[in-house]
Design a protein around this ligand. Sequence first.
Ligand code: SF4
Length: 253
Amino acid sequence: MDVKGAITELDNIMDLYEAILKKKLPVKPQNKDFSSVAAKIEGEKAEDKTIQSMLSDIPDDFSQMDLNRLSNYVSTCTRCGLCKTRTNTVFGEGCSNRPKVMVIGEGPGEKEDLTGRPFVGLAGEYLDKWLKAIGLSRETNTYIANVVKCRPPQNRDPKDDEKEACKAFLYQQIALVMPSAILCVGKPASTLMTGKMDATMASLREKLFLFDSSIPMVCTYHPAAVLRNMELRRPVWEDLKRLSSIINPQIRG
Ligand code: SF4
């Protein structure tokens, strides 16, 4: 099956799920207290990854910044070598005030580097379909960001020193945005956010993590990886359903 056919097939499954979701959700979804949901989840606490310890990595003078000032600061950042080859920094976009979900990817690709927006290429379109299927969109209730804000050359994975240099910005974004749940897509984001640097993607996606002891966090494959290997569609769909059951507990089971 070619990529287009595979996307259509997954589209059909997602459309069906979206229809079920719309029937089961109240017409006007109420704000949920997700902390009580998190408290009921038997998840694995992400090791040593509290927001407080993350913020200790950020110099005081910009740990106090709001999202706009932080974005401006990042736009001129030279903390790692990726600044030399970027066209634009890609800070993040979407609902920035307590979104239901914050999606974290690894880094900008070519189109993202040119536009300054995250997940706008083919993989981004595919991600939007995933989100839509479980009642999410970057326009309304989802925030999207990456581990590194500058494009790694030839779309390679970000190196450890680059992730290390940039991670404080991501942590500060999480602290400011305050998402109710986190979806990590791809290994660089999943390993950084769980602190399990040597874990495989397959093992990470089997667990549910609690970030900062309170934010449910699901790890899954990157949309670009699924476009390259359609065998991954099924596990991704299982992960999305798990995330959906966390943010929409009324449809669980
Ligand atoms: S990737 Fe991050 S740390 Fe490196 S230059 Fe870009 S913004 Fe700065």
